[in-house]
Design a protein around this ligand. Structure first.
Ligand code: ADP
Ligand code: MG
Length: 391
């Protein structure tokens, strides 16, 4: 049973309206990463030489392993696995393509995620990867796997959210696939974008002395999730108690209905600033800084006091006994952009309120460090969302 109606969300300026449908209960949610059921049943495959647990590799290790065995054959494939999106040469311009899976019980919880918001989010998280290549999204394809638990009206809600996002970002929904599912709702969205030859921005092209910037603010989506999970727990224990979501509008919207950073890309273009590298922040700031540094073969110094955190995020983190900086570093799902610029471009972005300079790129041997508020330097690690340390 869904305990939130769109009205109780109280999201200001919320373009979504309507009633959500009952969607049944489900397991606690897990995000970002591999959560494979520990099954003992026989899985048929040819290589019986040994068994390597996927948990030994982790999500990024697995992707790296898969990509090693993949060979690019077509000259039109400019960039394959490894960035926010693949880059393809389509003649007069470049095409970027990216795809993401959203799985019930792993990426979303329908007890508190209204279907309309979920549809909106399914689109925007994909567009975020297109913008992270400095490209403009043009089309999306949407595949759904569902059970008879969903009515036509429920699916209409889901698609009305998708439609709203498509309208806002100027993209066309051009296809997909539909299947039945035995284990909850599964959404797969593929986004296609365009960028002029030479304007694409990769993760692996940051250079020493570049400034490290982030758009917007961080940690809000994670705190929104904490509020929703707290209220879900209270609700399940006592369904008569109304969820208390007051004074959490901003962080709830960050979690349930995130936006992609279209305006930042447009602004940088107008200012004549081409980032030297870029990635979107889906897994938390530290994970993304490490991706840029590892792939570019550089180090970085990030200053804790420069990391942008909204006051509501800050206050809620303190209430939950969490360190707001750790929420920004490891929380994830903020869908802001992390990018590097040349020092000479600093004056052009200096006045931009939605862009914060949080550090600079150093040489590889200096490592990737966080300089805390007292000036102490510590090595930055990519902690999973579930590793958030209580302070
Ligand atoms: P993002 O967080 O930006 O969506 P991911 O970490 O999911 O990026 O993926 C990183 C890169 O690995 C991308 O180029 C993506 O297309 C590729 N990738 C992820 N999973 C697979 C897979 N199962 N097979 C092939 N490529 C994959
Ligand atoms: Mg990405």
């Amino acid at each position: 049973m869904c305990f939130i109606t769109l009205c109780t969300l109280g999201i200001k300026g919320n373009p979504l309206s309507g009633k959500i449908h009952e969607t049944g209960s489900l397991n606690p949610i897990h995000r970002n990463g591999l959560h494979l059921p520990s099954q003992n049943e026989e899985i048929m495959f040819e290589n019986k030489a040994g068994r390597t647990e996927l948990s030994e590799l982790g999500e990024f290790g697995l992707i790296e392993h898969i990509s090693k065995a993949i060979e690019i054959k077509n000259p039109e494939t400019v960039t394959g696995i490894g960035d926010d999106a693949a880059v393809l040469n389509s003649g007069t311009s470049l095409t970027v393509v990216t795809t993401d899976l959203l799985i019930e019980g792993v990426h979303f919880d329908l007890t508190f995620h209204p279907l309309k918001h979920l549809g909106y989010k399914a689109i925007t998280v994909n567009l975020s990867d297109v913008y992270a290549m400095n490209a403009i999204p043009k089309q999306v394809l949407v595949s759904v796997a569902l059970s008879n638990r969903f009515s036509l009206e429920a699916i209409e809600e889901l698609y009305s959210g998708m439609k709203l996002a498509c309208e806002k970002y100027g993209v066309d929904l051009v296809g997909g696939d539909t299947s039945s599912s035995t284990s909850g709702l599964i959404l797969s969205v593929t986004a296609i974008g365009m960028v002029a030859h030479g304007s694409q921005v990769y993760r692996n092209t940051a250079s020493e002395h570049d400034l490290i910037c982030v758009s917007g603010d961080l940690g809000g989506a994670y705190l929104g999730l904490q509020v929703l999970e707290r209220e879900k727990k209270i609700f399940l224990e006592n369904p008569d108690i109304q969820p208390d979501l007051s004074n959490n509008d901003y962080i709830l919207e960050r979690q349930l209905k995130p936006e992609a950073q279209m305006e930042i890309i447009e602004k940088l273009n107008v200012l004549g600033v081409k980032p030297t590298s870029m990635i979107d922040i889906s897994d938390g700031l530290s994970s993304e800084v490490l991706h840029i540094c590892h792939q570019s073969g550089v180090g970085a110094d990030i200053y804790e006091d420069k990391i942008p955190i909204d006051p509501q995020t800050y206050d809620r983190a303190r209430e939950f006994g969490l360190d707001p900086t750790v929420c920004a570093l490891s929380g994830g799902e903020d869908y802001e952009l992390l990018f590097t610029i040349r020092q000479e471009d600093y004056e052009k972005i200096r006045e931009h309120v939605d862009i914060s300079v949080i550090g600079h790129i150093t040489e590889k041997n200096s490592g990737v460090n966080l300089i805390d508020k007292s000036g102490k330097s510590m090595m930055m690690k990519a902690q999973g969302w579930d590793m958030l340390l209580k302070k």
